[in-house]
Design a protein around this ligand. Structure first.
Ligand SMILES: Cc1cc2nc3c(=O)[nH]c(=O)nc-3n(C[C@H](O)[C@H](O)[C@H](O)COP(=O)(O)OP(=O)(O)OC[C@H]3O[C@@H](n4cnc5c(N)ncnc54)[C@H](O)[C@@H]3O)c2cc1C
Length: 495
């Protein structure tokens, strides 16, 4: 066997997943079509939940040192900003960081964890049988227990696994250009034309524009400098003096969501599972969070302790998130498109004004900010609101914080009764569960909670609100972290 898991694609999703798997002790290998890392950056944003996910692995400091936090964010380009700072979290901002940098930092992380990355290795086929998968790269067939397609929107893995990708083709395209030369004195005119103009920190300035006269051009049509200048002139009344393009590209609003995120031993994550218009910058973020959800579950399956059905919860939990993200980007794109189509311009502008007013209402702003930041992502439908939600990063008496305790990628069992970490039979899950303690009432959301089990991805698996019998905790550990290492512990399923 060449590896226990083969990750196809060294984009942000594949790198994050490979890191999660390696951290959990899985032999993982990345195969990547490109000979060298991608120089150009599509994405520029890491939203709050992504920064938290990185924080849970001790990586946030490195990313923060390279990026620029910007307060709040936009929805559909509406003037009233989403107030991420009002949400419950330590990272109430969007971290501006070019995708190439994100990939570079993640590559350093996975290399440090000993993950081999085979470059110039295009996967052409994947098959599976009861024992494992066979991944074809040129004349070579690599064998593993599982394969994960993190190979982007045109995923070969998805195709090979026979997973349908329903959705809609593109109807609208935008222009993207990175220019070494711009007339900085004109940049203030970008916003009024609805054009994004932002310095990338590498001496170039990124322009993103949707020009009503060019928005029906297919994304496959190459972009020329003359076309870009003409579009900027039409939309903003100036071409901003753009010259010396480093990258010109056209992107579209094709929107698709994989019907299944898992087909036996083959799984999908990131753009391989969902594509959409890059409205509010959510694609890369969603991919990182797919990886955080999948990594520990797949590791549990590889190590043989995954409880029944655990791996299937990856689809159950992340497919609805993909559906919600594709839906909100469609809403944003429709709003943009209507504004640009002459006959709808007036009512569409009125609709934008109405929505902008609504965004000024705190509760509405929080709702949309919670979705775009992904801080409100909650798995499952428990009547207990904390279950499935992300664990707040409270300070612990035993460790600096919950996120520090999660750095090794294990479950965390926290005692909140001032009694110190749990002992006794919990030792049977040593290696899968780490223990911590905090004082009662360390966070408003935890009022009345006496014990809490946090998953490796930082979501709450189980909690106890009063002196429940120890068997409840035993059941929760078994349901989530598998059978105890010692057979002396008796458990009842379904707890
Ligand atoms: C204009 C634009 C702006 C965007 N801005 C943002 C933003 O601000 N924020 C945000 O969150 N998202 C943004 N996105 C979306 C974001 O870029 C993607 O969601 C993100 O790149 C997805 O990461 P991924 O790793 O899943 O896939 P990709 O980045 O597509 O990586 C896939 C990798 O797989 C490799 N590969 C493909 N086929 C094979 C094969 N057969 N064998 C081996 N390797 C293969 C590729 O070479 C690539 O390295 C933007 C997108 C666009 C178009």
């Amino acid at each position: 066997m060449d590896a226990e898991v083969i990750v196809v694609g060294a984009g942000p999703t594949g790198l994050m997943l490979a890191g999660e798997l390696a951290l959990a002790g899985v032999r993982v290998r990345i195969v990547e079509r490109r000979d060298s890392p991608q120089r150009h950056s599509r994405a520029l944003t890491l939203h709050p939940r992504s920064v938290e996910v990185l924080d849970q692995r001790g990586l946030a400091g490195t990313f923060l040192s390279q990026g620029k936090p910007v307060p709040g964010w936009h929805f559909a380009g509406l003037p009233t900003r989403l107030n991420f700072a009002a949400l419950d979290g330590r990272h109430g901002y969007t971290l501006f960081l070019a995708q190439a940098q994100t990939e570079r930092l993640l590559t350093e992380w996975v290399r440090g964890l000993g993950v081999p990355i085979s470059r110039g290795a295009a996967v052409t086929g994947v098959s599976q049988d009861a024992d494992g998968v066979a991944v074809t790269v040129g004349d070579t067939v690599l064998r593993a227990m599982y394969a994960v397609g993190c190979d982007g929107g045109r995923s070969v893995v998805r195709e090979a696994a026979g997973i349908e990708f329903p959705g809609t083709d593109e109807t609208l395209t935008g222009l993207l250009g990175d220019f070494a030369v711009v007339d900085a004195s004109t940049l203030g005119r970008a916003e009024s034309g609805g054009v994004l103009a932002v310095p990338l920190g590498d001496g170039t300035t990124r322009f993103v524009a949707v020009d009503p006269q060019r928005m029906r051009e297919p994304s496959s049509t190459p972009v020329t400098l003359d076309e870009f200048r003409a579009s900027l002139l039409r939309v903003c009344g100036t071409d901003f003096g753009v010259a010396e393009p480093r990258w010109l590209s056209r992107f579209g609003n094709a929107t698709r969501l994989a019907a299944r995120y898992r087909a036996g031993r083959v799984l999908l994550a990131g753009d391989a599972a969902h594509i959409h218009f890059p409205a509010a910058g959510q694609g890369l973020n969603t991919g990182l969070q797919d990886a955080a959800n999948l990594g520990w579950k797949l590791a549990a399956a590889v190590h043989g302790w995954a409880p029944d059905g655990l791996l299937d919860t990856y689809h159950d939990e992340r497919h609805p998130v993909g559906a919600a993200v594709t839906a909100n980007t469609e809403v944003q794109t429709l709003l943009l498109e209507l504004t640009l189509v002459g006959q709808y311009e007036r009512p569409a502008t009125a609709l934008r004004t109405l929505l902008d007013d609504l965004l000024g209402i705190d509760v509405v702003n929080r709702r949309i900010a919670g979705a775009v930041s992904a801080l409100d992502t909650r798995y499952g439908t428990s009547a207990e609101p904390l279950i499935g939600a992300r664990m707040p990063d409270v300070a612990l008496t035993s460790h600096a914080s919950v996120y520090e305790l999660l750095r090794g990628g294990s479950f965390a069992l926290l005692t909140l009764t001032n009694a110190g970490p749990a002992t006794g039979e919990v030792a049977n899950w040593a290696g899968r569960v780490v223990l911590g303690a905090t004082s009662a009432g360390s966070h408003p959301a935890l009022a009345g909670v006496t014990e809490i089990l946090v998953r490796p991805d930082g979501h709450v698996a189980w909690l106890s609100r009063d002196d429940q019998p120890a068997s409840e905790r035993t059941n929760a550990l078994t349901v989530w972290a598998g059978e105890p290492a010692s057979s002396t512990v008796k458990t009842t399923r379904g707890g």
